[in-house]
Write a protein that binds this ligand. Sequence first.
Ligand code: AMP
Ligand code: ZN
Length: 108
Amino acid sequence: MCIFCNLIEGKIPSTKILENDNFLAFEDINPQAKIHALIIPKVHIQSFNEMTPNVMSEMTTFIQEVALTLGVKSDGYRLITNIGQNGNQEVQHIHFHLLAGEQLGRLV
Ligand code: AMP
Ligand code: ZN
C-alpha cells in the first residue's frame, strides 16, 4: 500500500487541514512555503495521467474549500502536481501541492 494510502487509513500520522468522504488535505512534512498543504483523493490514483474528469471535477471544489479554510483564497496561492519521472513525482499517489502564505517566487 502506498504511503498516502497508509496516511489516509491513519497508519501514518498527519496534520489534517480538511477532509470529506473522498478527499483529504494535510500539511506537507517538508514545507516549501509558509503554508504548504497536500491535497489527495482517497482513492488510489497514481498521477494526473490516470485522473478522470469526474474525480478532477470534485477535487476542484475540494481544493477551493481548502483555500478558503486556509484563508488564502483572496491573497492567492499556487497549485502544483508533479507527474512522473521528469516531473520529479516522488509519491505515486496523485497530490496537489498548495503553496501560500507569502509572496512566491516566479516559476514560469
Ligand atoms: P512529490 O515530489 O510531488 O511526489 O511530493 C511528495 C511530497 O510528499 C513532498 O513534498 C514530501 O515532503 C511529502 N511527504 C512525504 N511523506 C509525507 C508524510 N508522511 N506526510 C506529509 N507529507 C509527506
Ligand atoms: Zn495510494
